[in-house]
Design a binder for this molecule. Structure first.
Ligand SMILES: Cc1cc2nc3c(=O)[nH]c(=O)nc-3n(C[C@H](O)[C@H](O)[C@H](O)COP(=O)(O)OP(=O)(O)OC[C@H]3O[C@@H](n4cnc5c(N)ncnc54)[C@H](O)[C@@H]3O)c2cc1C
Length: 440
């Protein structure tokens, strides 16, 4: 196997890593690599922080392990290698009447990455997280291949969902997909004028898919204004695909607060006062940001951070205070999203919990880092938690306090990977595994 020394980063482009990368194409090659030199895996590195990085060590790029192993058109059960992307599952199976039951805001997420972060979508309040639809996960460690299901090796199964790749390399998985009436979405958009109206609208929404864009620059009476999108699957005919755009160089537009304010004003007014309903292609609804290739370059060479928290349903006032702080800082980029979450959690380190989740991008600047630290403390005080797929700044103690099952998780990870070969930059930064070994 060819190891190639490579410099790489995750989506936020703040943390960089240098190390040897292997890109196996077959399960047998992966098995051989792990027997010789066990190493953590990554997918398309669509996580923002340091979870897919192993600076100074080896790592396995799983994106070439992208084969569909089996599909039953009667039940919608698909078995696929971990490197298959969620966009590819939609492309292959939507026309046959099936799509993944849960997809995040990017179709570039691989099945391995979707399991390892137990990702959520715009329908968490109805369909739960990705892990709720995983029937089996096949994991490879040095010299050992096991398949965990909700019934067999169930502790390992729960430790793997959201387990940031620490219980073995995910080789493949069996997923229950969702039956769809047609390959399109009927989407209603309406303006929401304030934070309180926003919470009320999300609370009262009966839509299967609901997500809000928030104007992170709006202050005073309009603080928290935005656009609520509610959607249902439909058999209506969607329009043809729109042309993809690309950000050719790291131009830093989204790091400029004047640009962000002007952009937000136009974006808010794009939906008429009376609202509007349209039919969209599935990809356009699920993955709007994927249309702009190398979107992360909009923050310039310094990169960016995403702050994402979830707080319990009775803490919307605390979340409003966070939003207000963000608006006053003028640092929030145009990418800011509010969603309601249901109670479902699949894994020990899964992020979703019942309440409201807020995600805001910030350019990587000293003031923004300080602001994020304050927002993290406010999240902790509100009994909420931060999302490991986005984090690269939080201290380990803060994260551990937010994930009550982390010690049980770490014990399971230690069983699967006793020598700590699968540790990544994130795991080392948060000291997620060493601490548990001493508390057993
Ligand atoms: C534009 C955008 C929108 C997003 N929207 C959402 C959203 O709405 N909801 C949400 O939940 N997330 C969202 N995300 C985050 C994204 O879905 C997750 O970070 C996802 O895990 C990325 O998948 P990946 O394949 O790129 O994994 P990577 O980022 O490469 O890896 C993520 C983690 O999984 C581990 N891993 C990956 N593959 C394997 C494997 N085969 N075996 C073992 N471990 C593995 C890595 O070690 C790492 O810890 C968004 C990201 C972007 C860029």
């Amino acid at each position: 196997m060819l190891w190639k020394t490579t410099e790489y980063a995750a989506w936020g482009n703040v943390h960089k890593a240098k190390g040897q990368i292997a890109r196996p194409e077959r399960a047998a090659t992966l098995e051989r690599i792990l027997a010789e030199a066990p190493a953590p895996a990554f997918g398309n590195r669509r996580s923002y922080g340091d979870s897919p990085l192993n600076d100074g060590g080896r790592a396995i790029d799983m994106t070439r392990m992208d084969k569909i192993i089996g599909f039953d058109p009667a039940t919608g059960v698909v078995e696929a290698e971990a490197g298959v992307t969620l966009a590819e599952l939609i492309r292959l199976f939507a026309a046959k009447g099936w799509i993944p039951a849960v997809v995040p805001g990017t179709g570039f997420a691989t099945i391995g990455g979707a399991i390892a972060n137990d990702v959520h979508g715009k329908n968490h309040h109805v369909d739960g997280s990705f892990g709720a639809h995983v029937l089996a996960i096949t994991l490879q460690s040095a010299g050992k291949r096991v398949t965990a299901t909700p019934e067999r090796l169930k502790t390992l199964f729960r430790a793997t969902l959201g387990g940031i790749g620490q219980t073995g390399v995910i080789v493949s998985a069996k997923l229950q997909m969702k039956r769809i009436p047609g390959a399109a979405m009927r989407v209603s958009e309406r303006r929401i004028m304030s934070w309180k109206d926003h919470i009320d609208a999300l609370e009262g929404s009966t839509a299967t898919y609901a997500v809000s864009w928030i104007d992170a620059q709006a202050k005073g009476a309009t603080m928290g204004r935005g656009i609520l999108e509610e959607a249902e699957l439909t058999d209506a005919t969607p329009p043809g695909p729109s042309r993809a755009k690309s950000v050719p160089v790291a131009i830093g537009l989204f790091s400029n607060s004047l640009f962000a304010r002007a952009f937000n004003e136009v974006y808010f007014r794009r939906v008429p006062e009376a609202g509007r309903t349209s039919v969209k292609r599935l990809e356009e609804f699920f993955f709007p940001l994927d249309k702009v290739h190398a979107m992360n370059r909009l923050y310039g060479k310094g990169g960016f951070h995403q702050f994402q928290c979830v707080v319990p349903p009775d803490q919307t006032e605390a979340l409003g205070q966070m939003m207000s702080k963000i608006a006053r800082s003028g640092l929030g980029s145009p990418l800011a999203v509010l969603k309601r979450m249901g109670p479902f959690r699949a894994g020990m380190l899964s992020f979703p919990t019942e309440g409201y989740t807020l995600a805001v991008d910030f350019p990587n600047r000293t003031r923004a880092v300080k602001l994020i630290e304050e927002l993290e403390a406010m999240t902790a005080a509100a009994g909420g938690r931060l999302y490991l797929a986005k984090d690269s700044l939080a201290p380990g103690d803060t994260i551990k306090a937010m994930y009550p099952e982390w010690q049980a998780w770490a014990r399971e990870a230690a069983k699967a990977d006793p020598d700590g070969d699968l540790m990544t930059n994130m795991v080392r930064r948060l000291d997620l595994r060493t601490a548990a070994e001493t508390t057993q």
